[in-house]
Design a protein around this ligand. Structure first.
Ligand SMILES: [Ca+2]
Ligand SMILES: [Ca+2]
Length: 98
């Protein structure tokens, strides 16, 4: 009984330590997320050859081939074009899941 209690306490300590880590990681990722978004916007602007603010499948194939592979997945509103918001959301979601 005694051993069980202290194991529970140890598990709790680890859990608290982990959540503290997760919290500080979140705080630190703020500027990193901004940098990712900026980079994505730069690449997006270069890939958006007709400058309509949206990336068609063709434009994605040419300018952002790695995103083009996941076009349908990224195009969350399924309008056949990728917006910067959709791309940034996709990149952040991918980074977060790792
Ligand atoms: Ca375009
Ligand atoms: Ca879309």
């Amino acid at each position: 009984m005694q051993a069980r209690t202290s194991r529970l306490a140890a598990t709790l300590t680890v859990a608290v330590a982990l959540s503290t880590l997760a919290l500080s990681a979140c705080a630190g990722s703020d500027t990193r997320a901004q940098k990712i978004a900026e980079k994505a916007r730069d690449r997006f602007a270069a890939a958006d050859t007709n400058h309509d603010g949206q990336l068609s499948q063709d434009e994605a194939n040419q300018g952002m081939p790695r995103l083009a592979e996941h076009f349908a997945e990224i195009d969350t509103d399924s309008n056949g074009e990728l917006s910067t918001a959709e791309i940034v959301a996709y990149i952040q979601q991918r980074r977060g899941s790792r």
